[in-house]
Design a protein around this ligand. Structure first.
Ligand SMILES: [Zn+2]
Length: 286
C-alpha cells in the first residue's frame, strides 16, 4: 500500500522517514554528491560508484545497462527490507524516474524528490573543474537542467509523495553533525592513530575486557615486551587522552603509576620507565 504523505512534515523530517526512497534530481555539478553527505554513507546509492564498479571509471557511459541493473537489484533488496535509500544520480529523465518511483510505491516507501536548485552557471563551473573523465559537455548539462526545471512542478503528479529543495535544508550542519558523530564513534581506535601515528598503532591492541572498568585499556606489544596504556573516555578532546603504566615514583611502593602520553616520544620514555611528564601512583597517591 502506498505511503500516505503528511503535508505538515518539515523538509528535513521527510528525509528522515525510516523507509524513505529519496531520489536526488540535479544536473552534473549541481551539488548532489555534496548534498548527499548529509546522509549516512551506507544509505546512498551513487550511480558513479556503480559505474566505477561496472566499468572501472565513474565517468564511463559504456556499461549503463549493468549499472542500472545493479542499482535496481540493490534498491529492490533495500526496499523489501524497509531500508531508507538515497539515489545520487541525475534522475532528469521522466521514464527513468518513473521506474524508481514505482518501485518505491509498490513497497509502500515514502518517495521523495530532493531537487537541486543550483543555477546552471554554477553547475557548469563546478563541472568544468572536474577531472576530464567526469566532465559532462556543457550542452548536455544545460539540457538535463532544463528537463529538471520543466519537470519540477509535476513531480507530485509523477507519484512523488514529497518534493524537497536542497537549498531549504540544513545540509552543511547535518553533514557536520553526522561526521562529528562518526568520529566520536570511531574513537578510541582513531585516537591511537592520531596520537601515536599509524606505525605505532600497528603495535597496539585493545584489551577485552578492559583491565580497569573505569577506562579502556590496551597494550603496545612486540616481541616479548609490552606497555599497557589506558584511555579516558569522557576526557576533554583537547586534554590528555592516554596514560601509560610506569613504576611508582617512590622506591618503596610496588605501584603501578600512570603518566600522560601524548606522542610516540612520551610513549618511548614511558616504556623505558623515565616518563617525560608527572606520574601518579594508583596505590600510594605519590
Ligand atoms: Zn606508589
Amino acid at each position: 500500500m502506498p505511503h500516505q504523505p503528511d503535508r505538515y512534515l518539515l523538509p528535513e523530517d521527510v528525509l528522515n522517514l525510516p523507509n524513505a526512497l529519496i531520489l536526488m534530481l540535479g544536473a552534473p555539478g549541481s551539488g548532489k554528491t555534496r548534498t548527499s553527505r548529509m546522509f549516512p554513507p551506507d544509505i546512498v546509492l551513487r550511480a558513479d560508484d556503480l559505474r566505477t564498479l561496472c566499468a572501472g571509471d565513474p565517468g564511463s557511459q559504456e556499461a549503463e545497462g549493468p549499472v542500472w541493473q545493479a542499482l535496481d537489484t540493490i534498491l529492490t533488496a533495500r526496499l523489501s527490507l524497509g531500508l531508507r535509500t538515497t539515489i545520487d544520480a541525475t534522475n532528469a529523465e521522466k521514464d527513468h524516474r518513473q521506474k524508481l518511483v514505482l518501485a518505491g510505491r509498490s513497497h509502500g516507501a515514502p518517495v521523495v524528490a530532493l531537487v537541486m536548485g543550483t543555477a546552471p552557471s554554477v553547475a557548469q563551473t563546478r563541472n568544468a573543474a572536474r577531472p576530464a573523465n567526469r566532465q559532462v559537455p556543457a550542452d548536455i548539462t544545460a539540457d538535463l537542467h532544463a528537463q529538471i526545471v520543466a519537470a519540477h512542478p509535476y513531480l507530485n503528479k509523477e507519484g512523488f509523495d514529497y518534493v524537497v529543495f536542497a537549498e531549504s535544508l540544513p545540509v552543511l550542519g547535518t553533514a557536520l553533525e553526522r561526521l562529528a558523530q562518526e568520529e566520536r564513534a570511531a574513537e578510541p581506535i582513531a585516537d591511537v592513530h592520531r596520537v601515536f601515528g599509524a606505525a605505532a598503532a600497528e603495535l597496539f591492541d585493545w584489551e577485552t575486557p578492559s583491565r580497569d572498568p573505569r577506562f579502556r585499556t590496551g597494550v603496545f606489544g612486540a616481541g616479548g615486551e609490552s606497555l599497557r596504556v589506558r584511555w579516558m573516555d569522557d576526557a576533554d578532546p583537547f586534554d590528555i587522552r592516554f596514560e601509560a603504566i610506569v613504576s611508582c615514583p617512590t622506591d618503596w611502593c610496588p605501584g603501578p603509576a600512570w603518566t600522560p602520553v601524548r606522542s610516540v616520544y612520551e610513549l618511548a620514555a614511558a616504556h623505558r620507565n623515565s616518563p617525560l611528564d608527572d606520574s601518579e601512583c594508583a596505590r600510594c597517591d605519590s
